[in-house]
Design a protein around this ligand. Structure first.
Ligand code: SF4
Length: 686
């Protein structure tokens, strides 16, 4: 009896936040004898409300994976072999010391803490004297910045996750919220119970379309601009635009109106392949709602025309005045735990921390704040540009060998580099190609702050020690800086020290402190300008984020995707996620229960195409694009229409990104992950 009691006393419940999607659910890690043994929902946490999706319920097993990195590795005679920290850091410092600023690049992560992102960009700018730093949001939301920046003034989620049960209408565009943002989906379900109407815009019949949609606009892939323009034209024809909002809070309406009046709605129907009556029904439903919200993600953003699509969605929200109200607005959904925070911290080639532009005032501010005489002023390179042109790369928590488009080419580019350092928690596909691999502590092994999709800043607490000699990313970065002679700029004793510096340099975070976060289960949403400010659940209540405070309508015209089917490659392939896996599978595929549910990739094919190409359910087929060839199991499914295939992108052994198109969106430099032309071959075909 007493030994059972002693065992119970040995158990700690550590409150923290789920390491997976952008919702930011609270959970307890159950720690026994210095090891995490389970997860319990955190009942008082307002985002999760005591509920967790399968990923959250299984959030820790990957920490104990066999290939967890425990010691630094350096490449000798072609092999990665264990080395001391002293040797590994010495090698990195020596090689980095030879790099020229233009030929050195840093790829940052949406999974490390805000503090680590901050220290990493400071390292790039002070030590390596370059703005060549970018992070994985380049592959999911760089078009959001290009679309929402000029229209509403900021590429952030306008509303709070907690308020998504308030609207009486939703447009859910290019995002399968049921599988990818379950805590948000739960609120949409509740809104629906209270009578809200849900319009899903998606070429696939996803679970979200099947379970939530009152109206499913199953458009031809990539034709969203034509569809949204058509909806706006119908709203104008019906006189349902919000004149008061347009007059008081926007500019550029007349140009938009003129453009829309020239639109041929029959052409819209033809291009989108959505019956006009359905487009009309959706337009009227959205325009007549009291409070309406637009949620979107990669099905909108990951196109060469992503910026235009997002501008059109912003136009639609402003046309109807659905901005600045709880739960409403145009809401990009960021899929990683620091998807927002790493950008806030300035891991971007054209922004310093706090989204400060590359201009004199910014350089002056940071020279003073950091105590340096010079800072790089020239815009840096984006992720694909760094992969293509830099001779040295420092890759922190970014698995480009699964997540970048046209992986065969990414491999070639990495193999041709002079020197590649990968810092990560596990032996990823990218780490295998590195010259030096540095073992990092994972999310539950360090304390720090992350900013979730709705700008919610929360504290993640250390529950256990990192394995072997692994250490938090910020400590590794500081060690490299010190060895390179820049230690005095990186003299931090804890992540709290770094956060105090962030508060001084990033106005949006000024009022957020560790003490406040420790007491606040729901975190604090930036902007939070002072310590007595409660944070900002809803953006743009009175002013937009543009310099003049007004919303700017932008005229956009439909342009087709970069690669469409033809005689050689007659089918379209789109990619996405499933509920049991997360991004490149690094964590979920090392979690038995999650991987057991969907152990490998598949391609969804319609019944019609299955008949046409003589494919049966479960057959192994080859998918071939102009860039690669992948063998994958076929699943005959009603999820895709004829002509369209779908593959989840989490699985390196049948990586969808061997096939995808690296064509970039102008300006935003987003690759067109969401659509490429493919053909099906079977064993024995030529
Ligand atoms: Fe984690 Fe997202 Fe699931 Fe919540 S909804 S438990 S944050 S993966």
């Amino acid at each position: 009896m007493s030994s059972t009691l002693e065992q119970l006393e040995d158990i700690k419940w550590v409150p923290t936040i789920c390491p997976y999607c952008g919702c930011g659910c609270g959970l307890y890690l159950i720690v026994k004898g210095g090891r995490i043994v389970g997860v319990e929902p955190w009942k008082e946490h307002p985002v999760s409300e005591g509920k967790l999706c399968p990923k959250g319920r299984n959030a820790y097993e990957f920490l104990y994976a066999k290939d967890r990195l425990r010691k630094p590795l350096v490449r000798r005679n072609g092999e990665l072999v264990e080395a001391s920290w002293d040797e590994a850091i010495g090698r990195v410092a020596e090689e980095f010391g030879k790099a020229s600023p233009d030929e050195f690049g840093v790829l940052a992560s949406g999974k490390t803490t805000n503090e680590e992102g901050y220290v990493l960009q400071k390292f790039a700018r002070i030590v390596m004297k370059t703005n060549n730093i970018d992070y994985c949001a380049r592959f999911c939301h760089s078009t959001t910045v290009g679309g929402l920046g000029p229209t509403v003034g900021s590429g952030v989620m306008e509303a709070s996750v907690l308020d998504y049960e308030l609207p009486d209408c939703f447009i859910i565009a290019g995002v399968n919220i049921h599988e990818t943002f379950p805590a948000i989906a739960r609120r949409v379900r509740r809104a629906k119970k209270h009578g809200a109407k849900v319009i899903v815009i998606d070429p696939r019949r996803t679970l979200t379309a099947k379970l939530y949609a009152d109206i499913h606009l199953q458009l031809a892939p990539g034709t969203d601009v034509a569809l949204v323009n058509g909806m706006m034209r119908i709203i104008l024809d019906e006189g349902l635009e919000n004149r008061k909002f347009i007059e008081e809070r926007t500019v550029g309406f007349e140009e938009l109106r003129e453009h829309l009046l020239k639109l041929d709605l029959e052409e819209v129907e033809k291009v989108t392949r959505v019956p006009l009556e359905k487009i009309r029904e959706a337009a009227l439903t959205y325009a007549q709602a009291e409070d309406a919200s637009i949620l979107y993600d990669e099905g909108i953003t990951e196109y060469t025309t992503g910026v235009d699509k997002i501008s059109a969605l912003a136009d639609l929200a402003m046309l109807t005045g659905q901005v600045g109200k709880p739960g409403c607005g145009v809401n990009p959904m960021r899929g990683q735990i620091t998807g927002e925070g790493t950008g806030d911290m300035g891991c971007l080639p054209v922004f310093y921390p706090g989204f400060k532009r590359l201009e004199e005032e910014t350089f002056k501010f940071f020279k003073e704040a950091w105590g340096v005489d010079e800072l790089p002023e020239k815009p840096g390179k984006t992720t694909m540009e760094m992969l293509e042109t830099c001779k040295q790369l420092y890759i922190v928590g970014f698995n480009v060998m699964v997540s970048a488009p046209d992986i065969n080419n990414v491999r070639r580019m990495l193999e041709e580099k002079d020197f590649v350092v990968v810092q990560d928690i596990l032996m990823t596909e990218t780490a295998k190609l590195a010259d030096v691999v540095l073992p990092a502590a994972a999310w539950a092994e360090k304390t720090g702050v992350h900013a979730w999709t709705d700008r919610r800043v929360q504290l993640v607490r250390k529950a256990v020690d990192p394995p072997g000699e692994a250490m938090p990313d910020w400590q590794i970065i500081c060690k490299i800086a010190e060895r390179m002679g820049y230690g005095k700029y990186f003299n931090y004793g804890s992540s709290r020290d770094i956060f105090d510096e962030i508060r001084r340099c990033v106005p949006q975070y000024k009022g957020i402190t560790y003490e406040r976060l420790e007491k606040s289960p729901q975190g604090i949403q930036w902007p939070c300008p002072s310590e007595d400010h409660p944070g900002t659940p809803t953006m743009f209540v009175e002013r937009f984020g543009t310099p003049d405070g007004l919303g700017h309508f932008k005229v956009v015209e439909y342009k087709p995707p970069a690669e469409l089917p033809d005689g050689d490659y007659p089918l379209m392939l789109t990619t996405g996620r499933v509920i049991f896996h997360y991004h490149t599978g690094t964590m979920t595929r090392r979690t038995r229960r999650l991987n057991g549910e969907i152990p490998t990739g598949y391609v969804a094919i319609s019944e019609g195409d299955a008949r046409r190409y003589r494919v049966r359910n479960g057959d192994k087929v080859y998918l071939v694009s102009r860039r690669g060839r992948v063998m994958v199991e076929a699943r005959v499914s009603d999820e895709v229409p004829e002509g369209l295939l779908f593959m989840p992108f989490h699985f390196s052994e049948c990586a969808a990104n061997l096939l995808t198109n690296p064509a970039l969106a102008p300006g935003a430099k987003m690759p067109e992950f969401k659509l490429c032309a493919v053909k099906i071959e079977k064993e024995g075909d030529k």
